[in-house]
Ligand binder design. Structure first.
Ligand SMILES: Nc1ncnc2c1ncn2[C@@H]1O[C@H](COP(=O)(O)OP(=O)(O)OP(=O)(O)O)[C@@H](O)[C@H]1O
Length: 275
């Protein structure tokens, strides 16, 4: 598995007359783990959809290793980019192992079955999400968290150069959240992941992009981005941020009794520097 560079350049996404994302630029160097954070409706899922080529930008480009994603064949795209998305819970009527094996399809010749190497990759992907014991179970009868882990295993089996994940820790208990994020962190692939949990984002991501109302409002290493001022401005919450003495990562402690309103998006004063 190799890692790809990602370059999102001035992307604007629309649905009818509505602008979902406006003039967003983002880069990921090969092997980086990039976190997308921001309030509900800020455009994270829409931006991810543009990266895995479901939403075509109205303006701008998404390039993976310098190739516009819209110029790739479907097969080439599937060998390069894997996605774990929120709407991925389709009814498959397949066993867990069969669902994970679907990740190998882009690498196989037409009608060729799984090779021994495919089998080993499927086993390894299942093991990485603590899913070996689920292998013979019906995917449709799994719990929400079990399904989520299996869909992550399918993406791992795909051996992508770029892995795009929308809230992959949704439905997972804390142990499995940490296991999944540890696994992503160890991958050589480039990872773009939308996360709501700012402390997990701070610990696992090399850099963060903060979206607000469809625009990037701040970006950089977590320690630079996750400041009390930014959290008040973007989320309208009071928080303290300290470097945790054991993990070395910024740790956000929310102060629920001191909620404040998010600031208006118009930036005319000195605060414009957070952009
Ligand atoms: N197909 C669509 N038609 C109209 N509006 C849409 C469409 N898809 C998304 N939106 C709107 O675009 C905005 C951004 O949505 P998006 O799902 O990208 O946000 P998000 O940051 O992922 O939110 P969340 O954290 O709640 O998952 C929202 O206001 C949403 O209602």
């Amino acid at each position: 598995m190799t890692a790809a560079g990602l370059s999102v350049e001035g992307v604007t996404l629309t649905a009818g007359a509505r602008r979902l994302v406006e003039d967003v630029s983002l880069t990921a160097r090969p092997g980086e783990t990039i976190g997308l954070v921001g309030p509900n409706g800020s455009g994270k899922s829409s931006l991810l959809r543009a990266v895995y080529r479901v939403l075509r930008p109205r303006e701008g480009h998404v390039r993976v290793d310098d190739a516009d994603v819209w110029s790739l064949t479907v097969r080439r795209l599937a060998r390069t980019v894997a996605a774990v998305v929120q709407e991925g819970g389709a009814d498959f009527d397949l066993t867990v192992r069969e669902v994970v094996a679907m990740g190998r399809t882009p690498h196989q010749r037409l009608l060729a079955g799984d090779t021994a190497e495919d089998g080993a990759l499927i086993d390894r992907a299942l093991d990485a999400v603590d899913g070996t014991a689920l292998a013979a179970r019906s995917f449709d009868r799994l719990s929400g968290g079990e399904r989520q882990r299996v869909l992550i295993a399918r993406a791992l089996a795909q051996q992508p150069s770029l892995l795009v994940l929308d809230e992959p820790t949704n439905h997972l208990d804390i142990r499995h959240q940490l296991d999944v994020l540890d696994t992503l962190r160890r991958l050589s692939a480039t990872v773009l992941v939308a996360l709501h949990d700012l402390n997990l984002a701070a610990y696992y991501c090399d850099r963060l992009y903060v979206l607000r109302e469809g625009r990037v409002t701040a970006s950089g290493p977590p320690a630079d981005v996750l400041t009390p001022g930014l959290l008040a401005e973007v989320y309208g919450v009071s928080a303290e941020v300290a470097v945790h003495p054991r993990t070395g990562a910024p740790q956000v402690t929310f102060l629920p009794g001191e909620r404040c309103a998010p600031k208006a998006t118009e930036r005319t004063g000195p605060d414009a520097s957070v952009r």
